[in-house]
Write a protein that binds this ligand. Structure first.
Ligand code: CP
Ligand code: NVA
Length: 303
């Protein structure tokens, strides 16, 4: 059966935990210089409608390490950018490649693609979710602190794609999520409601950071919202992650950011470069977590 990864809810909690453990194993193997090439001759197609550094490089390097190949396909250069229906692209590409990753705007686009695809489809970010980033964040947490069950995470900032994926992660791995966002920038009510009482929503950043074991933020204007940069900067001015906000969290709280970061906007340089920040481990783990994901999807779909 073809398995897709469009949101964190596409895996069971147990599958997610196993995948995170596998990601750390693959990391250790790579750090030791061990060659592990189970996917010779396999091809990953990567469709990008938005910019990327980490997502592109981690998927491309990951496939190379596995002995396979990755194709970078920007919508500027494919027929998709000239209006070819996604359903047609899905039917054609899945006859040629073994697995597909898509970064696009509307989440519905990736759902339409997946419905017609006979090979696994991975969400490399949509306006609604960024589940691959959560795999890396969770792996980073597990490596630094152990299981996340029962821990308290504070999401400070926009109720955006990253925030929605944190809500799904709280639901899947049973941690508490305290969201601090300005009025009008809340995550989708239905996504929050599905996660039950694990979610606490506040319009006060310091309140949201209280007792947090992990503080996470993201840019104030996501890709596609560049025109709103100024109005968002005004709305989010009290939602910067700085030393004072970190003091509201637990003393040993970690700090994460999916990157790219805007220094001294959503996070101060002091916090981003400070001792509580694990953002570089987090970025590296995109590679290992996604290798575990590719392995899981290819093996599950050929079983
Ligand atoms: N965090 C993340 O997805 O980075 P890129 O936009 O560089 O891929
Ligand atoms: N929320 C950001 C994440 C970038 C990795 C965006 O969608 O632009």
């Amino acid at each position: 059966m073809t398995r897709h990864f469009l949101t964190l809810l596409d895996l069971s909690s147990d599958e997610l935990r196993d995948l995170l453990a596998r990601a750390s194993e693959l990391k250790a193997m790579q750090h030791k210089g061990e060659s592990y090439t189970p996917f010779n001759n396999k091809t990953l197609a990567m469709l990008f409608d938005k910019s990327s550094t980490r997502t592109r490089v981690s998927f491309e390097a990951g496939m190379a390490q596995f002995g396979g190949h990755a194709l970078f396909l920007s919508s500027k250069d494919t027929q998709l950018g000239r209006g070819e229906p996604v359903e047609d692209a899905a039917r054609v590409l899945s006859r040629m490649v073994d697995i597909v990753m898509i970064r696009t705007f509307a989440h519905e686009t990736i759902e339409r693609f997946a419905r017609e695809s006979s090979v696994p489809v991975i969400n490399g970010l949509t306006d609604l979710y960024h589940p691959c980033q959560l795999l890396a964040d969770l792996q980073t947490w597990f490596e630094h602190r152990g299981d996340i069950k029962g821990a308290t995470v504070a999401w400070i900032g926009d109720g955006n794609n990253m925030c929605h994926s944190y809500v799904n992660a709280a639901r899947q791995l049973d941690f508490n999520l305290r969201i601090g966002c300005p009025t009008g920038y809340e995550p989708q009510a239905s996504t929050i409601a599905a996660a039950g009482d694990r979610i606490y929503l506040s319009h006060d950043a310091n309140d949201a950071a209280k007792n947090a074991d992990l503080v996470v933020t993201d840019v104030w204007a996501s890709m596609g919202q560049e025109q709103e940069q100024n109005s968002r900067a005004a709305a989010f001015s009290l939602f910067q992650v700085n030393k004072l906000l970190m003091q509201c969290a637990n003393k040993d709280a970690l700090f994460m950011h999916c990157l790219p970061a805007h220094r001294d906007e959503e996070v101060t340089t002091e916090v981003l470069e400070g001792p509580q920040s694990v953002v570089w481990d987090e970025a590296e783990n995109r590679l290992h977590a996604q290798k575990a994901l590719i392995e899981f999807l290819l093996n599950a779909s050929s079983a």
